[in-house]
Write a new protein. Structure first.
Length: 219
């Protein structure tokens, strides 16, 4: 089975179309963040989500943590998936479900150490549909919640995959050169790409095509 490919930090409809042509299963649309690349306005997110509906999964990356704020963010942008990049408040998933029952909830777990295993179990118990393992530092003075270009310890990712009964994506510093190793080491069902397929802030079609070829080898 070919690994799932999510291309993140999509900044325009042209980039979204390129990701779809490359075989992406999902695109990531990054809303306001405390730090990191690729953010676009909620209006742009809604526009790209509407134009690609039915052809690709459309992930809203939201740093909001309160349930009502997350639910409103999903409604405003009209996506089919919300990727929560920070630790949400208790009951946040329930608020999203009540407002948009069709929307998939993906919880980001930042793998700084083995405490991430319990965080993943907790997100599963709360009802997350999928987990995404990234290399941010939520505890930093200015939170890093994605797009760092750093790898994390894939052996911890593997422990998380083994500990939960949810699909798991892996992210963080991935490229055509290391994507196969990351998938084999973590046993994730797919991966999320941002910095590894961008050059000077733009989607690099050559890097994206090289990664797609590498993923085909890893299938």
């Amino acid at each position: 089975m070919r690994p799932l490919l999510k291309v993140c930090c999509i900044a325009s409809l042209d980039e979204a179309e390129a990701a779809i042509r490359a075989g992406a299963w999902a695109i990531g649309l990054v809303a306001e963040m405390p730090s990191g690349p690729g953010t676009i306005s909620d209006a742009q997110i809604a526009e790209i989500a509407a134009a690609t509906q039915g052809r690709v999964s459309r992930f809203l990356l939201s740093s909001r943590t309160q349930g009502r704020d997350l639910a409103a963010h999903v409604k405003e942008t009209k996506v089919d998936t919300v990727q929560i990049v920070d630790r949400p408040d208790p009951g946040a998933y329930r608020s999203i479900r009540q407002s948009s029952p069709h929307v998939r909830i993906v919880q980001v777990i930042h793998v700084e150490d083995e405490t991430a295993i319990n965080a993943a179990r907790a997100a599963e118990a709360d009802g997350a549909d999928m987990l995404l393992l990234d290399s941010g530092r939520p505890s930093a003075a200015i939170k890093e919640l994605g797009g760092t270009g750093r790898m994390h310890d894939w052996s911890i990712s593997r422990k998380i995959v083994d500990a939960v009964d949810r699909p798991v994506l892996v992210a963080g510093g991935l490229s055509a050169e290391n994507c196969r190793e990351a998938l084999l080491a973590s046993a994730a069902v797919g991966m999320d790409l941002c910095s590894g397929v961008r050059t000077d802030g733009r989607l690099d079609f050559d890097k994206l095509n090289a990664l797609t070829q590498a993923l085909n080898l890893a299938a």
